[in-house]
Structures are given as C-alpha cells and as structure tokens.
Design a protein around this ligand. Sequence first.
Ligand SMILES: [Cu+2]
Length: 150
Amino acid sequence: MKTIRVLGTVALMALAGNAIAEEHVIKGVVTNWVPLVTYAKPGDVIKFEQMTGHDSESIEGMIPEDAEHWHSGLGAEGFSVTLEKEGAYIYKCNPHITTGMVGAIVVGDGAPSNLDALESNIDNVKVGKNMVERAIRHMKQELQKAGRIQ
Ligand SMILES: [Cu+2]
C-alpha cells in the first residue's frame, strides 16, 4: 500500500509539472498548414489534424540544433510532437511541399536563436527550396510585427 501511495504522489507531481504545457493544433487545409506559423512554449504539444493526404516532417537543418526530427505517416490523423528546444522549426508535407505546404513553429520567447542557421542551411534543401524560403520569410515578418526581431 505504501508503494502505491508513493507512486501516486510522484504521478501527481509529474502532472503538476506539466500543467502549463499547452496543445496547439495545426490543420491540413487543402494544401496549406493552418496556421502557417504556430507559437509555443518549450514542452508544448503540437497536434496535426485533417491529415488526409498529408504527412508532417521536420526539414533537415531547419530545426534547432539537438532538437528531434519528426516524420508522421501519411494521413496520420492526430499525430503529435512535443517540442522541448527553443527556436524555430520548419516542417513540410511531402506530397505538397512544391505547392507551398510548409509551416513554421516558433518555440520560446524573443528571437529564435537558430534564425541565422535556417538561412545558412537553406541551400541544403533539395525539394521545394523556394517554398521553404517563403515560409521562413513569412515567419520573420510576423516576428518583426510582434517586435521580436529587427
Ligand atoms: Cu499535404
């Protein structure tokens, strides 16, 4: 009985620690991600909905250093990732990247620390490079409007 009580306390503490984690939903709408830019805190959950015909994959060189890559299956309804590292994450839908299905997730406050890395890694993007650039540009415009970058 004592063991069960101790485990129960640990579980409650874990729950309390995660209480401020939020869930953000990104939807596949025709061949776009909605919203195009998602803002989150470290530890928040990103959930993908309306995934029929879509997949979600982080793009190499386009996420914070040491962050984990993800790649959902095609049509993986409700697929989710927990993002722990601060910075900007650029992700794509493989069937629709060339028509612009690229999105951005900004984790943390202020200026994403890997903005320069995104720009210097852009030449390594083989498929849909112009669409990846467009998503980064859009994200930077929103960050500028919010006063988070110059
Ligand atoms: Cu798609």
